[in-house]
Design a protein around this ligand. Structure first.
Ligand code: CO
Length: 134
């Protein structure tokens, strides 16, 4: 069911600093910061040969990563996004096996304009999983 890793998301308290670390210390190619108010984050894309890393800074009071950064103020890995061909089929298969989908269970339009779902981290060894239909 799972395809390639679409991205790994890292929550950061200071996106300018994080982008500098990736660009200057790690030597990666980074995008300019992009504000995504409808998703409650500012994102910097780190382009890698085989996937990308997304640095996420909270944007606004209702940011979905605000609580995460309260627990991990220095930042940390927030989620891993796997590609699937058919997100509804994937959801039905997973919920049939007892996995929990966050929210109302219906796909939302993600930061890349594609349908996404998030799976409960307690069902997957403490890792929040995003599924993206590609
Ligand atoms: Co994501």
């Amino acid at each position: 069911m799972l395809g390639r890793i679409n991205h790994i998301a890292i929550a950061v308290p200071d996106i300018a600093l994080a982008a500098r670390v990736y660009a200057e210390t790690l030597g990666a190619r980074v995008s300019p910061p992009q504000a995504l108010p409808e998703h409650g984050v500012t994102v910097v894309f780190v382009e890698l040969p085989n996937t990308k890393v997304e640095l996420l800074e909270p944007l606004g009071e209702a940011s979905p990563i605000k609580a995460f950064l309260e627990k991990a103020p220095g930042g940390g890995m927030h989620h891993i996004c796997y590609e699937v061909d058919d997100i509804l089929a994937a959801r039905d298969l997973l919920t049939g096996k007892g996995a929990r989908v966050l929210g109302n269970g219906e796909p939302k339009t993600g930061a890349h304009g594609k349908p996404v779902l998030f799976l409960h981290p307690k069902d997957f060894m403490g890792t929040l999983i995003e599924l993206e239909q590609v």
